[in-house]
Design a protein around this ligand. Sequence first.
Ligand SMILES: [Fe+2]
Length: 364
Amino acid sequence: MSFTSCADYQAGWFTPYRRMAEDQPDLIAFLGDYIYEYGDYKYPVRDQAGGECLDLAGYRVRHAQHKADPESQLAHAIAPWVVVWDDHDIENAWAGDVPEQPDPPFLKRRAEAFQAYYENMPLRRAQRPGGASLKLYRSIRWGAIANLHLLDTRQYRDLYACTGRSGTVGPDCLERFEPNRTLLGRDQEAWLDGELKRSRATWDLLGQQVFFMEMDWTNGAGKGYSNEGWDGYVASRNRLTAAIDDNQRNAVVLTGDVHSHWAGEIKRDHQDPESKTVAVELVTTSVTSAGNGLDEYPNTQILLEENPHVKFFNGRRGYVRTRLTQQEMKVDFRSLSRITEPYAPAYTSGSFVIEPGDPRLNPA
Ligand SMILES: [Fe+2]
């Protein structure tokens, strides 16, 4: 099973899709930002059709252009896909019923984006949209090996803590700890709780959009946390880590959104230094978003030192390749040197093995 996220047509060539297809995976999981709703860039690597997606016709054209791309076609032809959206499938940084910009009227725009998503992505009839809502969250059983729980962290979330808008907030932002705050919404939380109770698979994979483990993004003595990821919804995260731990599930959280590879170990309660590790998170980089990137940035080592539960970073474009058995989950982070020109080769920038019953990243 391979997974990736964030395919910005204007940002580059979809070579990561070609390299994914060459591995001949049995399944591809796509974790959001299959399209970008943005208008035209001043200096795009490739020209997109249409301007900013604002209505059904606009979203349909964007989806059509992605489906016409030969690299995208290779990846769709090689394996079935399971998909979740992220913000750009609709609008940057939307949260529940709250848009980033007031125009056009958001619920109408969201309904039309959902409609185009449903028409173009492999979803079942149960996901057929009803106006401005679409029940995206669902579980898919993969034999005795794995249950895939596909989550929606956008449609039911409380608004961004402390500032009302997406960004990095300091440790004095206490709203992010409020016990009633939810990222999944009450119904989805209850549903996921039930799924984890019932699950008898070796692995429970949680396919979702935003950074799950705690992450201090500020270098040095100061601390800074994203209020867009689970750090902005700490009680919601703790309810889920407790469900994973109490039901003794071998959970691996699969994440997109941040346009770089990360791997780390999830604590039952990140606020408690004595807390035990209960799951592993694998964050995939993007197909093209953010341009070519670098393997490491000047602050990479500082970030890893200040977040010791985080074990790996790579800042190129690519995807994550896994092999799941009853005995282990093998993980290869795949990176490409460039996507501003076509046909770059892929290389493995990091490899890990996870064993059932022991939620740790073992270097492989
Ligand atoms: Fe993205």
